[in-house]
Write a protein that binds this ligand. Sequence first.
Ligand code: ZN
Ligand code: ZN
Length: 441
Amino acid sequence: MRDASRSIFYGLPLMGVGTPEVESLRSYLLRLAAEHSMIPRELVVTVASRQAHYRPDANLNVIWRGFPVSGTSDRAERLATMLSEATGVDLVPATLARFRQVISARRLCHAQTSRYCPECVRRRVEDTHVHAPLLWELQVVNACPVHGSRLRSAAECGAPPSVRLPVNRRVSLPGVCGQCGSIGFRCTGASDLAGERDLWVADQAGKLLALSPAESTSLTREMLTAGIREVVNMRFDGQPVRAATQARLARATVLHWLEGMEAVELAALFELAHLAAADVSELFRGRYVEVGPAPDLPVSSGITRILPPRYERHDWTSVQAALFDAANDNRMPSLLSVLAPFGIDGSDARRRYPTECHTVARRHDASRRKRWQQVYDSSYAAFSAAADDLRRRGVEPTRARIQEAANLCCFGSGRSIYRSRALEDVLAGRKSRTVSQASGT
Ligand SMILES: [Zn+2]
Ligand SMILES: [Zn+2]
């Protein structure tokens, strides 16, 4: 019998637990192997051979390299459990298995190659702690939320073939090019900027992974379904088919989710969430909370925002002047509306003028929240008076009757989400203190 208080391996701490940068199991495995001067496969075999039901398995090679070790699969979970026992470190946060009760395993993780943010790996090399976040392994994520750069495949090496290492001398370490051994992937050159949509997705995915292990394992499919139902009710007139088609999903997808006939696929959920500007972690908690940058136009009207064409050269002095004016404008315009006439999007401008952009976005956000709160408060007062009146007359207050009696309709414009929430709250006999919680930036 082995002494239970001692672990086989030195318990390297798992990085970034409780933050969007929480380390992936794959990265942990690579670092652990390097720390013990082993190759990862050797380490997995050592750990697996101590298990009661071990049988020599040719697939071990597959487990550590080709398999989505950070996914929701049984094998990912088994590997995490084995490594947890071998190191005495809780590795639950390092895989997506903690969400397996809630989401489908399909199209979840990149199976073959890992990806990285060029800025992160270069910066981390200087800080001497290199780890690869779980976030980089999600298929739906294409950008680094910290640097706004596009993620790159670790399989691409920019070095000439003459300097690549022979196969038997290649290294497997997070942040190091396996083919030429360049620390921080300096072989692949400068990073490229990601688009607004990819940034939004990366930011939301990061918030989801930052949920504590306790909270993420306590989430249920019912909670997520309740959140999706709220989005469908408030943004798509309660019509799941309309929600699915506008999000460019198969027509029955959302309906099947709501009826519990199909597990929710993360990639598809992000399509819907982005369209409705819904905070994804809040959806998992069963609520619809709008998160910026939200579309100013109602999604149900079918109007698409048209940006002027991108120009090759930007007059940055005028952009800066416009940002300065906007930061002092009492109408508190949105960043997008300030930048639109110049044909640029937020990421370029944020890079050059972070402070100005932040001020404009923050003021706009605050003014929107204030407006939403007013909509909620006045609607709540009207609906609750109407409901009381109906009850006094002995009539059951239903959604339709309350809206009719208050002469307020809940659908038809973007801002009516908060009117809808007021109606739901009146029906449920509660009142939200703040209608929109400060979510992120
Ligand atoms: Zn980065
Ligand atoms: Zn390389």
